[in-house]
Design a protein. Structure first.
Length: 258
């Protein structure tokens, strides 16, 4: 993605965040305050630390092995599936369900969406951003046509697990400590920071520090956008759909074109 399009994306995402926040739907009643805020903060920092380390391991250890062994992208995602499930799903589920006595619904695993308007807007935004990215050859992640099996695995490995981990768990814990507004704000920053090493590794050598900064801003904005969607709907699924379409619709369209 070139510099001009990164700047355009930053503005468009910012405008949509403002619309979601001020102009569409209502925030639900806040979650009860935590009786152990210090422990909640410690858990958030632990979870964020794990999420920050995983991209480093993937880039410099696992992907190096994949490239050396020349395994297919489908096999790569199948290898990631149990590892990512353990780290991003089972580990936080143990913390939330067993230690904190939370419910599945409190973590966003529910179909009764609180704000249907916000859910629809999120899906439309994902569709429109994916189509624009494809039409202008300015995909956020990739324009590469991927096999159907890979695209299905990415829906789980990438989008569902990230939304569950960052919104369903981390943002929910932050809300119980800081309230709704600061939970979205801090959660978006933590989401952006987990991608910093990846952005720096991919962009610094070839495109420079300005691209890295803009990539970070886009990631933080994406965290805020998806955080508002999760907060207003209290469901993970609208955010998962938005996240997936923004990331992978260009690849789907490239594959359809052949």
């Amino acid at each position: 993605m070139d510099l001009l399009w990164r700047m355009i994306y930053v503005v468009l995402i910012g405008a949509f965040i403002w619309y979601l926040h001020r102009g569409l739907g209502k925030y639900p009643a806040p979650l009860p305050k935590s009786p152990t805020p210090k422990r909640e903060i410690q858990e958030v920092l632990l979870l964020w630390g794990v999420a920050a380390i995983i991209p480093i391991l993937r880039m410099f250890v696992i992907n190096t092995w994949h490239n050396a062994s020349e395994v297919s992208r489908t096999v790569q995602e199948l290898i990631y599936l149990p590892l990512l499930t353990l780290i991003y799903l089972l580990f936080p589920l143990f913390i939330e369900l067993k230690l904190n006595k939370r419910t599945i619904k409190e973590l966003g695993l529910r179909w009764d969406i609180k704000s249907v308007d916000v859910a629809i807007a999120a899906v439309v935004f994902g569709l429109v951003s994916g189509i624009i990215a494809y039409a202008n050859n300015q995909a956020v992640i990739s324009m590469q046509a991927l096999p159907a099996g890979v695209l299905i695995l990415l829906l789980y490995n990438n989008d569902f697990l990230e939304e569950f981990y960052h919104r369903g768990v981390i943002q929910t814990e932050l809300e119980r400590v800081f309230g709704q507004g600061r939970a979205i704000f801090y959660g978006g920053i933590l989401f952006g920071l987990t991608h910093v090493v990846f952005d720096f590794h991919m962009l610094m050598g070839s495109q420079g520090i300005l691209f890295v900064i803009l990539a970070f801003v886009m990631q933080v904005e994406s965290g805020w956008l998806l955080g508002i969607v999760f907060m207003k709907t209290r469901s993970l699924w609208p955010g998962v759909a938005c996240h997936y379409l923004a990331n992978w619709l260009p690849s789907i369209l490239a594959g359809m074109k052949g």
